[in-house]
Design a protein. Structure first.
Length: 231
């Protein structure tokens, strides 16, 4: 007796469509869906996860069919747990407890006094409780081995094409805006130049006068030097 579990991570083209196909296959194979979740991780990636129970006889066939629905299988993991020994042990314990139950029932029917009857009754109740626990464990193993658990994660990678905003397409508005920016730059430059000239006008006048004086002195010296050479 083996408990089979599997997990698949698959890329698909359309998650909703693949989900419907998987759920349909599950029902057709006599299984059922335990859980289903849809997650929107981002604009580029959408994910969905399903956990299903499939009859063990259809376990491998189900996996093969599911993988054909995807673009590619990113991850696959299959595990098997052998519970034969555990089940046989539970079965043996159950038989032993049932024998004890039968004997206690017989002793209780043969009890002569109330004290003995109560003691046997209490012991019988404990044994019957243990029998129910063992039977529950056996049913759980039977269920797990008859139905395999498969967890499927589907993801869809979307190609996002950036759209052009309205203001990106309005060429005339952008042209006018650029023209006004140019005009503002020129006006700002002229205004700054005017402020600079007016603000430094006294300095410019003084420097101009100094330049004129230096020029006159230089010309006079040059003229005097020329007359000396002629003599």
């Amino acid at each position: 007796m083996v408990i089979y579990n599997a997990s698949l991570d698959m890329e698909v083209k359309k998650i909703a469509q693949v989900q419907d196909q998987i759920n349909k296959m599950v029902v057709e194979m006599g299984g059922y869906t335990i859980q289903q979740n849809m997650n929107q991780n981002s604009e580029e990636r959408q994910e969905s996860s399903l956990t299903v129970r499939i009859p063990q006889d259809h376990f491998q066939a189900f996996l093969d069919k599911v993988k054909k629905l995807g673009v590619r299988t990113e991850n696959q993991h299959i595990s098997g747990q052998d519970v034969t020994e555990e089940y046989v042990d539970l079965k043996s314990r159950l038989k032993s407890k049932q024998v004890v139950e039968k004997r206690l029932t017989q002793f209780m029917n043969e009890a002569k006094d109330t004290k003995t009857l109560l003691e046997i009754s209490n012991e019988l109740a404990k044994v019957q409780e243990e029998i129910e626990t063992i039977q529950g464990q056996m049913k759980y193993i039977e269920n797990q081995t008859s139905l395999s658990t498969v967890t499927i994660t589907l993801f869809e990678n979307k190609v996002v094409v950036p759209g052009l905003e309205k203001d990106q397409l309005n060429t005339w508005e952008k042209t006018k805006k650029q023209f006004m920016n140019s005009i503002n730059f020129i006006v700002s430059f002229i205004s700054g130049l005017f402020v600079f000239i007016v603000g430094y006008l006294p300095v410019i006048v003084i420097l101009g006068l100094i330049g004129v004086v230096i020029t006159l002195i230089w010309r006079k010296a040059k003229k005097k030097s020329g007359n000396t050479v002629d003599k």
